[in-house]
Ligand binder design. Structure first.
Ligand SMILES: *[C@@H]1O[C@H](CO)[C@@H](O)[C@H](O)[C@H]1NC(C)=O
Ligand SMILES: *[C@@H]1O[C@H](CO)[C@@H](O)[C@H](O)[C@H]1NC(C)=O
Ligand SMILES: *[C@@H]1O[C@H](CO)[C@@H](O)[C@H](O)[C@H]1NC(C)=O
Ligand SMILES: *[C@@H]1O[C@H](CO)[C@@H](O)[C@H](O)[C@H]1NC(C)=O
Length: 308
């Protein structure tokens, strides 16, 4: 019955990068362990982005109230909703939104090793009690997806990426694997998400913990995306020039409550009953015991600038 939406990759600047042909990307930055929270900006404002019933706290509040911290036993980063405060009617609940200080352009691969997701980069768009991860792009008008090369179990829900179409639904692919999100994801020990942001297209692979390929584990300093097999989701550049439609991307971890996405009349009743704000946000925080990210590492790889 948790009610939240998560977003993870948003745009900031305009791209100015040469075309990409390489498929091997070298590690340039890793967020992990005791330094995980270095180099992020905490939003420090109520959710005026998606109108959630949530306050994204400052770094200080997140640390002191243990909403963003590194677990000393596992060395994993935890990013969570406040599930211990009683919130009175008319107030919002505390949660976290962080954005990486660095932005990464076309020619990047992001690898996220996650143990637990709040039961939803848009590498990850999950709401409420959905069981399968959904992935999508949101762009200016003119970007559509044709002939994606993706897993046969994935479902293409929409192919027009324009924010003006279907209330900014985006071009959405739903992973056919129920281990990609929610309780089953956590029970299976999580997994690894790989996002390739290339001139030829955007691809996302999801590997449940038990089937993380050796191409990812054998060499931790670089990744060869050609060795990862067919992606779970694929957005080729055929009718959507990646260099034109996508600027360098920041990483974002965000858990919001209700708001434009999770509480939408077309979405909320699919997996939850009652009224999002009054039945879930206010009162004690017992609805939010599983509303957290547990992140083993988040890596940024880039194609060698001198080897394009
Ligand atoms: C949200 O609030 C912050 C702080 O007041 C402000 O800087 C920002 O422009 C606002 N964003 C939107 C989308 O309203
Ligand atoms: C990347 O993987 C592909 C497919 O396995 C392989 O053919 C290619 O040689 C690899 N490239 C490098 C640089 O290892
Ligand atoms: C929290 O509130 C819910 C709903 O009002 C109630 O069922 C539950 O017993 C409460 N939990 C605690 C620990 O007080
Ligand atoms: C709050 O959430 C944590 C997991 O983040 C859980 O271990 C704990 O039991 C929850 N507390 C309450 C009071 O529900």
């Amino acid at each position: 019955m948790r009610a939240f939406a998560l977003l993870s990759v948003l745009a900031t600047e305009l791209p100015l990068l040469p075309p990409v042909t390489a498929t091997t990307y070298d590690l340039v930055k890793e967020y992990a362990g005791s330094t995980f929270f270095n180099d992020w900006t905490f939003y420090n404002n109520y959710d005026n982005l998606t109108n959630g019933d949530a306050i994204f706290v400052s770094a200080q509040v997140a640390a002191s109230s243990k909403l963003a911290y590194v677990d000393p036993t596992t060395n994993h980063a935890i990013i969570k909703v406040d599930n211990t405060s009683t919130v009175p009617y008319n107030d919002k609940r505390n949660t976290v939104r962080i954005t990486s200080n660095d932005a990464y352009g076309v020619g990047s691969v992001w690898i996220a090793d996650m143990q637990h997701l709040p039961y939803g980069i848009d590498t990850l768009e999950g709401v409420n009690l959905m069981t399968n991860n959904q992935m999508g792009l949101h762009t200016l008008p003119g970007c559509t997806i044709v002939n994606p090369s993706q897993a046969s179990t994935s479902q293409q829900q929409s192919s027009d990426c324009s924010y003006l179409t279907n209330s900014n639904q985006g071009c959405i692919v739903v992973d056919g694997n129920t281990d990609s999100y929610g309780q089953a994801f956590a029970a299976a020990g999580g997994g690894v998400f790989v996002t390739e942001f290339a001139t030829s297209g955007i691809s996302i692979w999801f590997f449940p913990r038990a089937s993380v390929p050796s191409a990812l584990t054998s060499n931790t300093n670089s990744v060869n995306t050609s060795a990862l097999g067919t992606p779970t989701g694929n957005w080729p550049s055929t009718n959507c020039l990646i260099d034109t439609y996508f600027s360098p991307q920041n990483l974002i971890f965000d858990i919001t409550l209700c708001g434009d996405f999770a509480a939408a009349p077309s979405i909320f009743p699919k997996t939850c009953s009652g009224v999002c704000y009054t039945d879930y946000v206010i009162g004690n925080g017992s609805n939010y015991a599983t509303a957290y990210f547990e992140v083993a590492s988040r890596k940024h790889n880039q194609r060698d600038k001198w080897n394009v």
